[in-house]
Design a protein around this ligand. Structure first.
Ligand code: NDP
Length: 321
């Protein structure tokens, strides 16, 4: 079955399910995941400059385009401006670097990855140093990338309600999408309500609760904060059983039925296939209410960006401290 899409204010469409690729930088692993995804109907891929995998994605896409198995206009590729690039003179060089790695003339969606700006680091492992930024001035540079044809749509990620509102009020080209952490335990109802009223399509990152986050923060000598597991939650399992589906299906379908796009990450072929097999069942009102009631709020935020404590001191830090 073809994957449904949501309409963006830019006039383009975003497929409701995409493949997440954060922490997928092993060449063979990601290649396998991308091929499995494209074979199973994914047409939307989410990456970022900082994931250091745009070149792998570019190579696989190129193979698919050259073989004629897929056309460029059928694909939806998102990438993101890193914190190191949130300055008016850096937007254009960074999008150009991403396009070169992706071997594309344009991306479908270009997002400001995180509202805090940092000075440019030579090495991704160098410590962060924050610098002042003006989101509106940077947004104007993103608008110029639309004018130049380097991206079809633009948006923001990890911005809080006030920050989104400021962009909306000052934009010549409205943000098409807001990408935020969103799963059963962190539902961000108020922010989603506002975004949807503004016709901004919300994309849920970490829609399965990012069980691999511990591996990431271990690199900084940290432990992920303990959060409940979606896969083990009795209510999620009960609803999954009722529909003959898996807990992952329930977590992802919950978002789709709230008109929220999902970008689950997996490098495991059978999970990649499982995560898009969402269109042969519907959660009923009772299921949706029970899942809505599992919202824990801020305490359930997994990707809290606390791996670099200096970020939280920036005036544009988006989360409650
Ligand atoms: P997800 O919630 O998508 O969880 C991914 C983890 O779940 C992986 O460890 C994966 O394992 C495992 N998994 C995937 N499918 C299943 C399944 N069906 N059953 C059991 N386990 C499963 O977390 P992410 O944090 O990766 O978020 C998804 C994407 O969102 C990212 O990859 C990235 O593209 C984007 N993102 C954006 C951020 C931003 O700041 N804008 C921040 C974080 C994420 P395995 O791979 O081993 O199969």
């Amino acid at each position: 079955m073809a994957v449904p899409s949501f309409e963006l204010v830019s006039g383009y469409k975003i497929p409701a399910v995409g493949l997440g690729t954060w922490q997928s930088s092993d060449e063979k692993e990601l290649e396998g995941a991308l091929n499995a995804a494209l074979e199973n109907g994914y047409r939307h891929i989410d990456t970022a400059f900082v994931y250091q995998n745009e070149h792998i994605i570019g190579r696989v896409i190129k193979e698919w385009l050259t073989s004629g198995k897929v056309k460029r206009e059928e694909l939806f590729i998102t990438t993101k401006l890193p914190m190191d690039g949130i300055a008016t003179d850096k937007v254009e060089p960074y999008i150009k670097k991403s396009l070169e790695s992706l071997q594309l003339d344009y991306v479908d969606l270009y997002l400001i990855h995180f509202p805090v700006a940092t000075s440019e680091r030579k090495n991704p492992t160098d410590p962060f140093q924050t610098i002042p930024t003006d989101h509106v001035a940077v947004w104007k540079k993103l608008e110029e990338q639309v004018d130049a044809g380097r991206t079809r749509s633009i948006g923001i990620s990890n911005f809080n309600l006030k920050q989104v509102e400021r962009i909306v009020k000052n934009a010549r080209i409205k943000p098409a999408s807001l990408q935020i952490e969103n799963h059963i335990f962190l539902q961000q109802k108020e922010l989603i309500k506002y975004a949807q009223e503004q016709e901004i399509v919300v994309v849920a990152y970490s829609p399965l609760g990012s069980p691999g986050y511990g591996k990431f923060v271990a690199r900084f000598g940290l432990e992920a904060k303990p959060v409940p597991s979606i896969f083990e939650h009795p209510k999620v399992n009960e609803i999954a059983k009722k529909h003959g589906k898996t807990p992952a299906h329930v977590a992802l379908k919950f978002q789709l039925q709230r008109k929220v796009v999902v970008i689950p990450k997996s490098v495991t072929a059978n999970r990649v296939k499982e995560n898009i097999n969402l269109f042969d069942f519907t959660l009923d009102e009772q299921d949706m209410k029970a899942l809505s009631d599992l919202d824990v709020g801020e305490a359930a935020r997994v990707c809290d960006f606390k791996f670099a404590p200096v970020l939280a001191d920036h005036p544009e830090w988006p989360f409650p401290k």
